[in-house]
Design a protein around this ligand. Structure first.
Ligand SMILES: Cc1cc2nc3c(=O)[nH]c(=O)nc-3n(C[C@H](O)[C@H](O)[C@H](O)COP(=O)(O)OP(=O)(O)OC[C@H]3O[C@@H](n4cnc5c(N)ncnc54)[C@H](O)[C@@H]3O)c2cc1C
Length: 415
């Protein structure tokens, strides 16, 4: 029996509005970034249909195109969703510290989540290097500063808990912070194994790689409905064209597909900026990602061309990011915080932008089969390390489709 289930892929919060306001640093790379696309003019039949050509759809397409026929659909052009707004700090540390996560989901599971994220950043690096994707990928350490949410004592305990889980983190006392980084805080955690990149070129490179393995990207194509029956899923496009697939993977970012449980995840607004290349930055800055244990938190890192990229000033509103009037004051607030943190830093702001951002209470993603929707999977990467989750999602969904379930699938499942 066939049943119709509307997806429309718009939720009441983000709707079809733009996910970004302002000009992000990556926009100048050009629309599509060299990803070959085709309009959808006739029905398609593939092993896997992927809805969404952002970073999640891109990792998914690259992985699945190794074994299956794949088609990707996006109602915008490729990489024009929230990926274009990302500051792309590629971190394994979650927004929720290991100990706080352990309080929520238990110690053993929390350790597995952290270790899986750690592995995912390494995997991301291998994928980028293996495919020779030019996206400014650079390995970095991460400096997590004591703040309003977690002070020095809590961070010292957190560093110990992470070390106990086999993770590469050490606590820094104020004197170490001052002498090594010139930063005045009551403490920090220094961790290895992070990275940064240009997220748009990364996603475009992955899509081009998938394309070279036969995957096709169709845009602009909005998926407005799903028909289910037998061993196939049929997607329906806005033009009424049917796409038949053995499996469908929704990689729709923060535009939650209807009918997919979100377990209380929320859409908020966040702001970011990129400076002109810095004149004389402290030498350590290009080798570290910096963020803080505050809410909202300031975060910063350098781009390959010497610009400083920073963000924060989050607001609980799902729509405030769309207000162009908010860009200038938010940017000034971020600059003030940067200059308070790193005295003597001279910043000339070149780009300011804002975006929608998805948050969950655990800062963990939802990845896996959609309950009640056979042959359908969804990827929802919440929290500050959404790109790390895009890697994990491609591994978990590909393993499920190949019939060899990933041992960590239970951590991120919808059920
Ligand atoms: C300002 C900002 C800073 C960030 N910084 C970081 C960071 O430092 N590190 C990090 O890891 N993460 C960061 N993130 C989060 C990260 O950017 C996201 O997790 C990631 O971009 C999500 O990618 P995605 O592919 O899932 O979604 P998107 O890039 O939004 O792609 C989803 C695509 O699906 C398409 N789509 C949706 N519905 C349909 C439909 N019905 N039919 C057809 N197409 C559809 C959309 O058009 C869109 O192109 C940041 C986010 C923001 C906004």
């Amino acid at each position: 029996m066939r049943s119709r289930r509307a997806t429309r892929s718009t939720n009441t919060e983000t709707g079809k509005r733009d996910l970004r306001t302002g000009r992000s640093l990556w926009t100048d790379g050009g629309t599509g970034l060299g990803v070959p696309t085709a309009p959808l003019t006739k029905p398609v039949d593939v092993d896997v249909a992927i809805v969404g050509a952002g970073i999640s759809g891109a990792f998914m397409a690259r992985e699945l195109a190794r074994s299956f026929s794949v088609a990707v659909f996006d109602r915008r052009g490729p990489v024009l969703g929230s990926t274009m707004a990302s500051t792309a700090m590629l971190q394994w540390e979650l927004d929720v510290p290991l100990q706080a996560l352990a309080d929520q989901i238990g110690k053993a599971k929390a350790q597995r989540v952290y270790r899986r994220s750690r592995q995912a950043v390494d995997d991301l690096r291998s994928i980028v290097e293996g495919a020779s994707i030019r996206c400014g990928l650079k390995s970095k350490a991460s400096l997590y500063l004591a703040g309003d949410d977690y002070g020095a004592r809590a961070l010292a305990r957190e560093a110990e808990a992470r070390a106990g889980a086999g993770l590469d983190s050490v606590f820094l006392h104020p004197a170490d912070l001052r002498s090594r980084f010139g930063i005045e805080r009551t403490g920090a955690i220094l961790s290895g194994g992070s990275a940064s990149a240009d997220p748009a070129r990364l996603a475009a490179g992955l899509l081009r790689r998938a394309n070279s393995r036969g995957a096709r990207v169709h845009s602009p194509v909005e998926i407005t409905g799903v028909l289910q029956g037998g061993d196939r899923v049929t997607l329906v496009s806005d033009a009424g064209i049917e796409i038949r697939a053995r499996h469908v993977v929704f990689c729709c970012g923060y535009e939650f597909p209807k009918g997919v449980p979100t377990h209380g995840a929320k859409i908020i607004s966040t702001w970011a900026l990129a400076s002109k290349p810095l004149g004389d930055p402290p030498a350590w800055l290009s080798r570290h990602l910096v963020w803080e244990a505050s809410d909202p938190y300031l975060y910063l890192r350098m781009a390959a061309d010497g610009r400083l990229i920073a963000g924060g000033e989050d607001e609980a509103s799902p729509t405030r990011h769309a207000d162009p009037e908010a860009l200038a004051p938010k940017s000034r607030a971020i600059v003030r915080k940067l200059q308070a943190l790193i005295p003597g830093l001279e910043i000339e702001v070149d780009y300011t932008w804002a975006g929608a951002f998805g948050e969950s209470t655990t800062s963990m993603p939802l990845i896996g089969p959609i309950p009640g929707m056979p042959h359908a999977y969804a990827v929802m990467g919440f929290g500050g390390n959404g790109i790390t989750y895009s890697v994990i999602a491609s591994q978990i969904v590909a393993a499920a489709i190949r019939g060899r379930p990933d041992p960590d699938a239970d951590l991120y499942a919808f059920a």
